[in-house]
Design a protein around this ligand. Structure first.
Ligand code: MLT
Ligand code: MN
Ligand code: ZN
Length: 309
């Protein structure tokens, strides 16, 4: 499998349009050690020709332009795309808005949890993706769903599983427990290569590594994981937004409850942070945070990073 990080940033990207935090100022100024990052998405292919997108970010147009493999080829017809399918981990804006960039009557398949498909179905703007061209296929929990799109078998399967998390911000119900979140509102995806059975995990949003998730990930070859915040309170401490990581449904990187500690005993061969928020000190390659994560065996995802499995 070829895997490409299209966007390693969290919602808002890096720099975020309206953010003047120290990180955003540094990356805007081109300071050494800071790389711009687009919003959260991966692309994966078993045959190098046909691609599955994992999440469709608001930056998708720019991401396709930066990735020659995702452009129509010289032998293709007048309208063509190597992107044959899209799978969503949740209904967040940074993961679904790119679907609107895919509206030019191009066939592909759309895979997501039933509740996410319902949210898209309730919003008429997404009718621009006509269902006869873009079938919407439910990812049922724990079923390995073969990936097909535009008449092509991609040689991949997706096994979706619920992870601790939160319903999309715009669907929150202030009066319901955990804002109305149900199991499956935040999915982890295991992407399986049909020919070999090899697989990797993609979990860009996750509030906690509980015992089930730890068991699932133990010994994995490759995990792309939620690197939103380094510290639970970093957005509050920087005066950016009055929300903790937990309130946003994201685990921290650091600390006793953080992902570095949670993954330490799991023997994961390669682990890469994605969905990194602009407030996160990991975005400065010269920071102590970056050195700490690297020393714990983590890679910090970058746009354009290619991983072969
Ligand atoms: C998140 O990852 O928490 C969301 O992308 C936040 C948002 O919708 O802005
Ligand atoms: Mn997000
Ligand atoms: Zn910022």
């Amino acid at each position: 499998m070829r895997i490409r990080i299209l966007g390693s940033g969290a919602g808002g990207g890096f720099p975020q349009w309206n953010c003047n935090c120290a990180n955003c100022r540094a990356v805007r100024a081109g300071a050494p050690g800071f790389l711009p990052r687009t919003q959260s998405s991966l692309a994966v292919s078993a045959n190098g020709a046909d691609w599955l997108l994992l999440n469709a970010s608001p930056d998708l147009r720019e991401q396709i332009a930066a990735t020659p493999e995702l452009a129509p080829g010289p032998d293709d017809g007048l309208r063509a795309s190597p992107i044959k399918a899209v799978a969503l981990t949740n209904g967040d804006v940074d993961h679904v808005a790119g679907l609107l960039n895919m509206r030019e009557a191009q066939p592909f398949s759309l895979y997501a949890a039933g509740r996410v498909l319902d949210a898209l179905g309730a919003n008429p703007i997404f009718t621009i993706l006509q269902t006869q061209l873009v079938p919407r296929i439910e990812l049922r929990i724990e079923e390995a769903v073969p990936v097909t799109g535009a008449g092509i078998d991609l040689g991949l399967a997706i096994r979706a599983f619920p992870v601790p998390g939160k319903i999309a911000l715009y669907l929150e119900n202030a009066n319901a427990p955990n804002f109305g979140t149900s199991a499956g509102d935040t999915l982890g995806l295991e992407i399986i290569e049909a020919a070999t059975g090899d697989s990797f995990f993609y979990i860009p949003g996750c509030a906690k590594v509980d015992a089930d998730l730890a068991d699932r990930l133990r010994g994995a070859k490759l995990v792309f994981f939620d690197g939103t915040l380094f510290h639970e309170n970093e957005m509050i401490e920087q005066g950016l937004l009055g929300k903790t990581g937990s309130r946003m449904g994201h685990i921290n990187v650091s600390g006793a409850d953080g992902s570095i500690a949670a993954f330490a005993p799991l023997d994961v061969n390669r682990k890469i942070y994605v969905h990194i928020n602009n407030s996160n000190p990991l975005l400065n390659e010269f920071s102590d945070a970056y050195a700490t994560a690297q020393a714990a065996g983590w890679e910090i995802g970058e746009d354009g990073m290619e991983v072969d499995l």
